[in-house]
Structures are given as C-alpha cells and as structure tokens.
Design a protein around this ligand. Structure first.
Ligand SMILES: [Zn+2]
Length: 126
C-alpha cells in the first residue's frame, strides 16, 4: 500500500509543501511534544501579541501525517486569538484535511496538544 492510496491529495500536498516549517529565534513560547505511538516529535514556536498568535513555526521528526497536520494547524491558528486557536482541535485539523486514515489520526493530536501546553505555560507566566 503506497501513500497515494492511503492519503488524500490535500494531505499529500501539505506533506510535500509544509507551511511554516523552521525554527523561530525570538519565539515567546517553545513547546515540544511526542507521540509514543509512531515516534513523532513536534516542536512548536509561537509569537504572541495582545493575546493573538502573530507568528508560528514548527519542526517535526514525524511521519507524513504529523507533518501535514502540523502544517495545516499552523495555517489555521496564525492570526487568530489564543481562545479562537484553542478551538482548533485535532478533529478540526482532520476535517480541514478532508480526513486521515484511521491509524494516522493520533498524529493530528500533536500540534493542538503542543499548542495547548504552550498556552498553559504562557498564561502561567503572564
Ligand atoms: Zn505519526
């Protein structure tokens, strides 16, 4: 079974051209999470201003699904307020991508999870 069979076009497109990849030197918050299931690791860099996500970058050692879901997640939260961005759950991410193979759905939890943890830290600090 090859990737083209399992993943739809939008997932593959984000996997091949992920948005907002890289690191951010002046990030306000950096959060790393991992998935024990397929060994994915994700680091999320966030820049917050007036309770709004003004910039976001990510780096991942992850499978194709982790890359695609993180990519679309960063697109979805960029420019949103923290509270709006917290509503972008893995369900929203999978929906935006037009679905994921069942066994890859756990990978879509990484980015929302990292974001939630990052915001918790950020709010404790400010
Ligand atoms: Zn994965």
């Amino acid at each position: 079974m090859n990737m083209a069979y399992e993943f739809n076009k939008k997932v593959i497109e984000h996997f091949e051209n992920p948005r907002n990849v890289g690191m951010m030197k002046d990030a306000d918050i950096v959060e790393t999470v991992g998935s024990p299931v397929c060994g994915d690791m994700l680091t999320l860099y966030l820049k917050i201003k007036d309770d709004r996500v003004v910039d976001v970058k990510f780096k991942t050692f992850g499978c194709g699904a982790a890359i695609a879901t993180s990519s679309i997640f960063t697109e979805l939260i960029k420019g949103k307020t923290i509270d709006e961005a917290l509503k972008i759950t893995s369900d929203v991410v999978v929906g935006e991508l037009g679905g994921l193979p069942e066994k890859k759905v756990h990978c879509s939890v990484l980015a929302p999870d990292a974001f939630e943890k990052a915001i918790k830290k950020y709010r404790e600090r400010t």
